[in-house]
Design a protein. Structure first.
Length: 139
């Protein structure tokens, strides 16, 4: 499957989920990374009109978990985020934020992802990390 098809499948799987509610779109898949974007609108603002840290963390977990699913070479498993952390360094009021997930560790059971979130000017907004666990699917 080519990269465009993988991105389309990811997007389809997110219909009617938080990912869809936040307006997250998967935009680029590379050899070792995945990028998504999210619009910064009133729907994801704090009360003072800047991007909510929880929405940022949800974006980070979304792109990191999706990357884990793409780069996991094992069938019949489920993946779960078990820890997410975010350090916010810049506020954003409008436009888009872009989350790029890159693996720091791709183990068979656990993966650790660095997610850099930037604004339209490619300035760092948040630096996030996500740890995922890969478990046998018992369905």
């Amino acid at each position: 499957m080519n990269n465009e098809n993988v991105l389309a499948v990811l997007q389809e799987r997110c219909a009617n989920t938080l990912v869809d509610t936040l307006g997250v779109t998967f935009v680029e898949l590379g050899e070792d990374y995945l990028t998504a974007k999210m619009p910064v609108t009133a729907a994801v603002h704090q009360v003072d009109g800047v991007l909510h840290g929880g929405a940022t963390a949800a974006l980070a977990e979304t792109v990191g978990s999706a990357a884990c699913a793409i780069f996991c070479k094992t069938d019949n498993v489920i993946m779960r985020g078990i820890e997410v952390s975010a350090n916010h360094v810049r506020g954003v009021r409008s436009g888009y934020v872009y989350a790029k997930a890159t693996a720091l560790h791709k183990g068979n059971t656990m993966q650790h992802w660095q997610i850099s979130i930037t604004n339209d000017e490619d300035q760092l907004v948040s630096s996030c990390k996500l740890t995922t666990i890969i478990l046998p699917n018992k369905k």
